[in-house]
Design a protein around this ligand. Structure first.
Ligand code: GTP
Ligand code: MG
Length: 196
């Protein structure tokens, strides 16, 4: 995918502030620190379109980016990290739930998981939520650079077994090596085309 433009549109901190729905939206969801923001930067070939951090809880608002003026990437704040302040964690639910539930423009959700961790109840709950609301979903197993090839296969099998829905495609990805980038783009573009 050739990126002609990738522009920050808006950060939303409260449910009443969501922008109007014009372009198809692709949401990036998952636990804090799994690499949602890093994935977006890799997809658009920009080091710092989205701020990333080794400290969990970097993204605390819902952030909208317009890509090539044809669709919108939505970077969601992460969940599930005990070190993220309680006040922030309490705001997550109404903010993200409102977005995921009401958003007609949302055409695809990417659930990002850290390949090193077995999915949590929150990850599984989110997958079931997407299924309930008929939101097509792709699972991205990020940070595969952390595993040797031989250990990777075993870990992928373990993770797939713990996920509730077999119908979702699973992509192996690394924001460091950029492996899997083409496959993620393919899933996004196929879905956007389907909606045209
Ligand atoms: P929140 O905004 O807190 O929800 O986190 P996030 O999911 O947006 O994660 P972010 O992209 O900020 O990345 C978290 C940390 O993981 C950063 O230190 C990244 O450099 C690192 N990271 C992201 N992707 C990869 C990867 O594929 N491999 C490795 N080794 N590190 C990664
Ligand atoms: Mg982030």
């Amino acid at each position: 995918m050739k990126i002609a433009s990738a522009e920050f549109v808006k950060s939303v901190w409260k449910p009443s502030d969501y922008p109007g729905e014009s372009l198809p939206e692709i949401a990036f969801a998952g636990r804090s620190n799994v690499g949602k923001s890093s994935l977006i930067n890799v997809l658009v070939n920009r080091k710092k379109l989205v701020k990333t951090s080794s400290t969990p809880g970097k993204t605390q608002s819902v952030n909208f980016f317009t890509i090539n003026n044809i669709f919108t990437f939505v970077d969601l704040p992460g969940y599930g990290f005990a070190k993220v302040p309680l006040t922030v964690r309490k705001k997550w639910k109404p903010l993200v739930e409102r977005y995921l539930k009401d958003r007609k423009a949302l055409k695809l959700a990417l659930l990002i998981l850290d390949i090193r961790r077995i999915p949590s109840q929150e990850d599984i709950g989110l997958l079931e939520w997407f299924d309930f609301y008929d939101i097509p979903t792709v699972v991205v197993l990020n940070k595969i650079d952390k595993f040797s090839k031989s250990k990777l296969r075993k870990q992928v099998d373990l993770i797939k077994k713990s996920l509730p829905l077999e119908k979702n495609s699973t992509i192996l990805f690394s924001a460091v090596t950029r492996e899997g980038k083409g496959e993620v783009w393919k899933q996004i573009l196929d879905r956007v085309e389907e909606c045209e």
